[in-house]
Design a protein around this ligand. Structure first.
Ligand SMILES: [Zn+2]
Length: 325
């Protein structure tokens, strides 16, 4: 049996050339220009607000910089400046295996494009990535870490490949209960997740607009659900596009860990705030994870093969039973 490759490269990667995007900010409603530049090894992903002074506009894309999680994930810096809706771009960078990049944006929000990661991925693929001569690190989960809020929960647990499993349960006939489990190997993100768009419900639009949110929202960048119908003329891109977009959001949030997570993320009704709390708890629990280079990891897996495979299904079963109690 052959296994898919969670990491196409054992070395770090950046972009071959800068990539430019122009679009609308979902919440601010303004036109935003963005250029994603190559960056040096071991620098990770940074955002630079070009509309601010150079000394105050830099924001590291890390979980401890998260400043807002209500409708999307916003990160900020010590000067009180922030950049909103980073999750779809972060998911695209992670999905394309880009470790290092500098993202210049001339406004307070990443452009929403079509509401998915597809436009980001397509341009990155067109430009190409550059392998850097520095080993790639990953975060290897050693024991389960979980965060709960009411009936909702998010868990990271040991696994030998990165996997995301999400269940959603909406009280809307068009969405309802959906579940998807994606092993993030090879082209899985590109094929199963990247094209899934964000979504909203007609009966919530007015209230959100009154609060100054989703000013840039339209049928060009979101699925709109109205009762028992999809308002968008061409319908859905995947039958279960809603849960696929949640997987996309969660991958984007988890990318703020700063390195790929080698583990199984399992979530029931997840959200940006639960993901922030999960990373906070994970990094506070020093025995729950360690950094490993992808090279070292591959060597270990190669030596021990199935012997290293964690008891994924039994752990999932155990945790789900606890959640029901
Ligand atoms: Zn989203």
């Amino acid at each position: 049996m052959t296994h898919g490759q969670p990491f196409a490269s054992v070395k770090q990667k950046t972009l071959r050339h800068p990539v430019a995007y122009v679009g609308i900010g979902l919440h601010c409603g303004r036109k935003v220009s963005m250029v994603v530049h190559p960056a040096e090894p071991d620098t990770g992903i940074h955002f630079l607000r070009k509309d601010l002074s150079a000394s105050e506009g830099l924001i590291a894309a890390r979980w401890h910089n998260i400043v807002d999680t209500e409708m999307s994930t916003a990160i900020g810096n010590e000067y009180g400046h922030s950049i909103d809706t980073v999750e779809h771009l972060m998911a695209a960078l992670r999905g394309c295996g880009v470790d290092n990049a500098l993202v210049e944006v001339d406004g307070p929000e990443v452009p929403i494009m079509d509401g998915s990661s597809e436009p980001f991925v397509a341009m990155i693929e067109r430009i190409g990535t550059q392998i850097q001569d520095v080993p790639r690190n990953a975060i290897w989960i050693q024991r389960p870490v979980e965060v709960r809020a009411g009936d909702r929960y998010v868990i990271l647990m040991p696994a030998n490949t990165p996997r995301i499993t999400v269940e959603i349960d909406f009280d809307h006939v068009m969405v309802g209960s959906q579940m998807l489990s994606v092993e993030l190997v090879d082209e899985a993100f590109r094929q199963q997740v990247a094209r899934a768009r964000t979504f909203g419900f007609m009966n919530q639009v007015e209230a959100l607009k009154k609060r100054g949110l989703i000013k840039g929202g339209s049928l060009r960048n979101a699925i709109l659900v109205d009762g028992d119908r999809i308002v968008n003329e061409n319908g859905l891109r995947y039958r279960d596009e809603f849960v696929r977009h949640k997987v996309l959001d969660c991958l984007g949030d988890l990318s703020l860990a700063g390195a790929p997570i080698l583990g199984h993320y399992y979530a029931y009704k997840p959200g940006h705030e639960l993901n922030r709390r999960l990373m906070q708890k994970l990094f506070a629990a020093r025995d729950a994870w360690f950094y490993i280079t992808v090279n070292e990891f591959n060597a270990l897996i190669g030596q021990h093969g199935q012997g290293l495979k964690p008891p994924r299904q039994s752990v999932v079963g155990m945790l789900r039973k606890q959640a029901v109690c």
